[in-house]
Design a protein around this ligand. Structure first.
Ligand code: FAD
Ligand code: YCP
Length: 388
């Protein structure tokens, strides 16, 4: 491409959401440029690591609805690229039987006819050995849920995008955005222009939006990603059909604790706390709070007796949270040819292919395939007004 190329669309940020957006745009024959500040692949954002959970066990039904198509889109890209990205493991959901959240999750699964098994206290340990169910808690298994191979998925979306003629420039940090009928994007390695722009910059979203006069209520948190050693190797292994799990709340915390079967590191199971500590994305290593690990240790000692209750490996990842934990998928309020995909609040990976499709639709001025009202920027202002 020559220096004066005008792209149909520029996408900023090659995490899972930007990579899938670029892929969908290229599928629609749009001349697309994907810009990434770091050399790819990297582990400084939110999409790195080997695994993520895919599930329909949500308290809000609109997420479960989107997942129908999402599973199909994951299967489609697996087929196109000849790689495996999804593996069914099932998802064990445990929570206080009398809690509203646990009830809503069960209702979503039932209403959407998701194959599931409700476990009783009597048969729990037969189906799920080496886990202690808390007193007063119920348990259901969502059968089709599973894991996504995260790093491989991002690489595959980028690879398919390139095969379709898309251009990726990594090591290209965007330093300025000049809105207009043609948007100008200034990077550390060149200046580019396009008819439309999609910003999928994860934890750096507000830094980029500052160039356009907008600030969203996003909070960036560092998550301690903990792996715990199996006392007997293999006891919680994916090959032995151990499922992913979510503990919606328990005596140790009102927040989710969740885990994935041992898989990526031999003999280690990933169990994490679904909340972290505020950080600057460029300085996350300075955030050293580990009070979440104390909570996890207590939980593991009580409920996962087959794990050593000391983390064997601790890595880090970033969440970008909105106040209501729903995503932002919308046009920029002042510039209709700038589209924003942000605030994935620690649960956006599974939706990558559908978010890519939706952001591509918004950037092309098409009617989006789903009702995007839960994801509009306007909701933040409405909240502020009603609070006055
Ligand atoms: C520990 C952890 C566990 C999770 N578990 C799950 C799960 O089980 N299931 C699930 O569905 N989701 C899960 N998530 C959430 C999911 O991973 C995120 O929602 C998703 O990865 C967000 O992707 P993104 O593309 O928005 O952000 P990112 O991956 O951060 O991508 C943004 C990209 O923009 C680039 N960028 C930023 N600024 C610039 C600039 N100025 N110029 C150029 N490039 C720029 C960044 O370098 C980065 O590559 C988890 C997240 C974490 C951290
Ligand atoms: O999005 C998910 O499915 C996981 C599990 C629960 C909390 C963190 N994210």
């Amino acid at each position: 491409m020559s220096a004066d190329t005008v792209y149909d669309c520029i996408v900023i940020g090659a995490g899972v959401q930007g990579s899938f957006t670029a892929y969908h745009l290229a599928k629609k024959n749009k001349k697309t440029l994907l810009l990434e500040q770091f050399v790819l692949p990297h582990s400084r954002g939110s999409s790195h690591g080997q695994t993520r959970v895919i599930r329909k066990a949500y308290d809000q039904e609109f997420y479960a609805h989107m997942l129908d198509e999402c599973y199909k889109l994951w299967a489609q890209i697996e087929k196109e690229a000849g790689v495996r990205l999804y593996r069914q493991t099932g998802l064990l959901v445990m929570g206080p039987e009398n809690s509203r959240y646990y009830e809503l999750v069960k209702n979503t699964l039932q209403k959407n006819k998701v194959p599931m098994v409700a476990l009783t206290r009597e048969n729990f340990s037969k189906h799920i050995p080496l886990v202690n169910l808390d007193e007063g808690h119920g348990a259901v298994v969502e059968i089709p849920a599973g894991i996504l191979y995260a790093d491989r998925a991002v690489k595959t979306a980028q690879g398919q995008f390139q095969k379709l003629g898309g251009v990726i420039r990594d090591n290209a940090m965007v330093t300025d955005i000049k809105p207009g009928p043609l948007v100008t994007v200034v990077t550390s390695s060149g200046v580019y222009r396009a008819k439309s722009l999609v910003i999928t910059a994860g934890p750096w979203t507000n830094r980029l939006l500052a160039h356009t006069g907008l600030e969203l209520p996003l909070e960036v948190e560092k998550i301690n990603v903990c792996y715990w050693k199996e006392k007997v190797p293999g006891s919680y292994n994916i090959k032995n059909r151990f499922p992913c799990f979510i503990q919606t709340e328990c005596q140790d915390t009102k927040e989710h604790i969740y885990g994935l079967p041992s898989n990526e590191y031999p003999g280690l199971m990933k169990v994490c706390f679904h909340a972290g500590f505020e950080t600057d994305p460029d300085h996350r290593d300075k955030q050293k709070n580990t009070s979440d690990i104390d909570i996890l240790q207590r939980y593991i000692a009580r409920c996962f007796p087959g794990l050593d209750p000391q983390p064997a490996v601790v890595e880090s990842c970033l969440y970008t949270l909105t106040p209501d934990r729903n995503f932002v998928l919308d046009h920029h309020p002042a510039y209709s040819n700038i589209v924003i995909g942000a605030g994935f609040s620690g649960h956006g990976f599974k939706f990558g292919p559908i978010i890519g499709k939706l952001l591509s639709e918004l950037s092309l001025g098409e009617v989006p395939s789903y009702d995007l009202s839960p994801f509009k920027i306007r909701r933040f202002h409405e909240k502020t007004k009603s609070a006055l």
